[in-house]
Design a protein around this ligand. Structure first.
Ligand code: NAD
Length: 496
């Protein structure tokens, strides 16, 4: 029960607030309507917190604060000052990390064992954006204009960013937006998911403690169709950075037409993880399993379609099932748990219904498929599940489940594997496991997707970047291209 897994005192101080208010212009303020939403601890099904249910007028207030801050003293901060702010933020995150991950664990269910391991990635991300702050460069260019005309480009911050964040990892995920906003000199209004807003609210307070001016980052919690839609449709929001489902991405594109907002969209996935017969199974078995089961399958680039070359299907399956049986599932604050619950009752129902669909389609359920009972019966726990004999026509191979469900699809030769991988609406992640460099590179070149891993799964480095193609969206996270969402280019012609 929850009593056995109490959070630390610091996390408790934050969690025990009656209502978690909006953060606008550096102040905690209730929603104009006075309405609240409740969020649930997915490990227990118990109410965890009450959030302000922000709506259109709250978004208006927050955008106004962000616009004022954009025009205020923040606009004259030097790159060095913005870099120093990001460096101080990294220190605060380092010091407060344990408190933050306990809040995150209780809010969205990821186990602390997993969240603790994400600290280097978070600090690396903030340090990447600190380096970007001092690397905003234009060009001087040759031109074909007769006479003495000098031409160059300048990069300037676009203004107010709307950041719409999903529930599957908001503590770290928000920094793709926060980091770029602070590095570029933009300001923002963040709309976290109604299922997991707490780490975004807590981080906003810490950003102010680290010296960020009021109004630079504002947070409006609330429902997607209300607060989220109001932000996407707001005429004074310049750009939207969105991570979430493809369906919501479509509605954000539609809303953006009001003022032709440029968008950065990271959407869903159905990534293929290709195991060739010469794969090193000692690495490939845990790699492929955790490529799906990590975060209980709630990762956009999860390698949910595991394509296995026929000669090794039996051995791989046997070893995969043995590995799956070792995964400990438990309350998110239980340090021994490798996997926690899924985010909500709705998500649990969705995952279980896909397991029924897979069975009905004729796939063979080799492991799992059940909600967990006993002391976990009130939480949203589902067993890590494995389907064998899956074909790419089945819905479980085509649609994003966003739960711990792995499908094994046998193939004969590498060209067939590439064709199966590409037979998907999505193009986000993917991997190949082979000891042959030429086979691995053939697959890397052949698969139409934003990221490919070779003999590994899931590395993301901000210096390298990460993004999708097809229905997985557009615009890069990380790499110098990331800043394109936050800066515009001004061409300058000077006749001197
Ligand atoms: P979601 O699309 O339901 O919600 C994402 C955010 O959008 C939430 O804050 C939500 O409140 C808001 N929202 C909902 N409707 C809206 C609307 N009409 N207008 C504006 N905002 C709206 O996604 P989710 O269920 O929170 O997250 C799971 C999905 O996110 C999966 O499809 C997953 O693949 C995707 N995802 C993608 C990446 C990536 O990097 N590509 C990363 C994480 C999650």
């Amino acid at each position: 029960s929850q009593q056995n897994f109490a959070p630390s005192e610091q996390a408790q101080v934050f969690l025990s607030r009656d209502v978690h208010h909006l953060v606008i212009d550096g102040q905690r303020v209730p929603a104009a309507s006075g309405q609240t939403l409740t969020t649930v601890n997915p490990s227990t099904g118990e109410v965890l917190a009450r959030l302000a249910a922000g709506g259109r007028s709250d978004v208006d207030r927050a955008v106004l604060a962000a616009r004022r801050a954009f025009r205020g003293p923040w606009s004259s901060w030097t790159p060095y000052e913005r870099q120093a702010l990001l460096t101080r933020i990294a220190q605060v995150l380092d010091e407060r990390f344990e408190e933050l991950i306990q809040i995150e664990a209780l809010d969205m269910g990821a186990p602390v064992s997993r969240l603790r391991n994400t600290k280097p990635a978070l600090l690396k991300m903030v340090s990447f954006f600190a380096s970007q702050a001092a690397n905003i460069t234009g060009e001087t260019l040759m031109n074909g204009i007769p006479g003495n005309v000098t031409t160059m480009t300048l990069k300037a911050p676009v203004g107010v960013i709307g950041g719409i964040i999903p529930w599957n990892g908001p503590l770290n995920g928000q920094f793709w937006i926060v980091g770029a906003v602070l590095a570029s000199g933009c300001t923002a209004v963040l709309k976290p998911s109604e299922d997991a807003s707490l780490s975004v609210l807590r981080v906003a307070e810490l950003l102010h403690e680290a010296g960020m001016p009021a109004g630079v980052i504002n947070v409006v919690t609330g429902l997607g169709e209300e607060a989220g839609h109001a932000l996407a449709a707001h005429p004074d929001v310049d750009r939207i950075a969105f991570t979430g489902s493809t369906q919501t991405g479509r509605s954000i594109i539609q809303a953006s037409t009001v003022n032709i907002k440029k968008l950065q969209l990271e959407l869903g996935g159905k990534s293929a993880d290709i195991l060739c017969s010469d794969a090193d199974l000692d690495k490939a078995v845990p790699g492929a399993a955790m490529g799906v089961f990590a975060n209980s399958g709630q990762i956009c680039f999860a390698g949910t379609r595991v394509l296995v070359q026929r000669p090794i299907v039996d051995e791989f399956t046997e070893r995969l099932l043995a590995f799956t049986d070792t995964l400990r599932i438990g309350h998110s604050l239980n340090a021994a748990a490798a996997l926690g619950p899924v985010i909500s009752q709705a998500q649990l129902d969705k995952v279980l219904s896909y397991i029924d669909v897979g069975r009905a389609e004729g796939a063979e359920l080799l492991r799992g498929g059940q909600r967990l009972g006993g002391e976990l019966e009130n939480g949203y726990f589902v067993q890590p599940s494995v389907f064998g004999g899956v074909t790419n026509e089945m819905r479980i191979a085509r649609e994003e489940i966003f739960g711990p469900v792995l499908s094994i699809l046998p193939f004969d030769d590498v060209d067939e594997a590439i064709a199966i991988a590409n037979d998907s609406e999505y193009g986000l992640g993917g991997a190949v496991w082979s000891q042959s460099l030429s086979t691995a590179l053939r697959v890397v070149h052949g698969v139409h997707t934003g990221t490919m891993w070779v003999n590994c799964y899931g590395y993301i480095d901000p210096l390298v970047g990460f993004g999708g193609t097809k229905l997985s969206g557009y615009g890069s996270k990380g790499s110098a291209a990331h800043m394109d969402t936050y800066l515009y280019t001004k061409s300058v012609y000077m006749e001197l």
